[in-house]
Ligand binder design. Structure first.
Ligand SMILES: [Zn+2]
Length: 279
């Protein structure tokens, strides 16, 4: 991924060298252009050539832009030393134009000052209406004074929209690893049990516990266990619980109401059941 840091450029109008550095949004969008160049993104430039500089009132491709705008009712001017604009080509520019105009009209990207594409000019001051001709066929984006240290994700967002990918890629669905049938009611077993019962997943049985309530409801429905749904009574501590006894009946193991330590036959039965993908 490319990174752009600024530098020095000859200013023919003043007959001297000028230093420049890109504002934060230019850095971010430049990185996207250069990282995705094979997909149709091409950066055409940030700091302008001699033609851009050889003017008294130079624009946003120089570090002495005079192009002011209005932010929150106040006229603001670009700060000397910064370059606020970036040019490039994007895949399917007509689609980009429709998408970007819609985003801006909805209030997104408050760091954008104006932009041009396909010979049309859109300006924040005009509420993003398209009244003005632009000589730019490519995408030009100018950012507002005050955005010097802002982040920007315009091209990254467009790419996700264009390719139909969700903002956060989902991990591929994989078959969960099988539990070890060791008779111990540990974190992995509780986690899988919670996943299968559809309760919050934290790998722990609290008192009361949403998992235990779900198990009690299930046992009441499946074997008419007649349990109070209080979320208590599944503990591997060698003591007697009604819920454990019902669990033993459901899973056809010895019915003493005890989940013995450190290993338990009924926990082994639970693990085998969970490994079948259900409870
Ligand atoms: Zn430009």
């Amino acid at each position: 991924m490319g990174e752009i840091k600024g530098g020095t450029v000859y200013d023919p109008y003043h007959g001297r060298n000028a230093t420049w550095r890109p504002v934060g949004p230019v850095v971010d969008e430049y990185a996207h252009y250069t990282a995705n160049s094979r997909d149709g993104y091409v950066c055409l430039g940030v700091v302008g050539d001699r033609r851009h500089w050889n003017l008294k009132n130079a624009g946003d491709h120089t570090s002495r832009s005079t192009h002011s705008t209005i932010v929150n009712g106040k006229t603001v001017s670009p700060k000397a030393g910064w370059v606020y604009a970036i040019d490039g080509r994007v895949p399917d520019p007509a689609r980009f134009e429709r998408w970007f105009a819609k985003q801006l009209r909805a209030g997104k990207y408050p760091h954008v000052k104006y932009w041009n594409i396909l010979h049309r000019h859109y300006n924040r001051k005009r509420g993003w209406s398209t009244a003005v001709y632009s000589s730019d066929d490519h995408l030009h984006i100018s950012f507002i004074p005050g955005s010097e240290h802002s982040d920007s994700s315009i091209l990254a967002d467009y790419e996700r929209y264009r390719t139909g990918q969700p903002a956060t890629p989902k991990p591929p669905a994989t078959k969960p690893a099988q539990l070890v049938v060791d008779g111990r009611l540990g974190t992995r077993t509780i986690t899988r049990w919670q996943q299968i019962m559809g309760t919050p997943v934290d790998g722990r049985i609290t008192e009361p516990s949403a998992l235990v309530k779900a198990v009690q409801r299930h046992l009441n429905a499946q074997i008419r266990a007649g349990l109070v749904v209080d979320g208590e009574g599944i503990r591997q501590d060698g003591r007697t619980y009604k819920t454990v006894r019902a669990l033993q009946r459901y899973l056809d193991t010895e019915q003493d109401g005890i989940m013995s330590e450190p290993v338990s036959a009924v926990v082994r039965a639970v693990q085998r059941r969970l490994n079948s993908g259900k409870f």
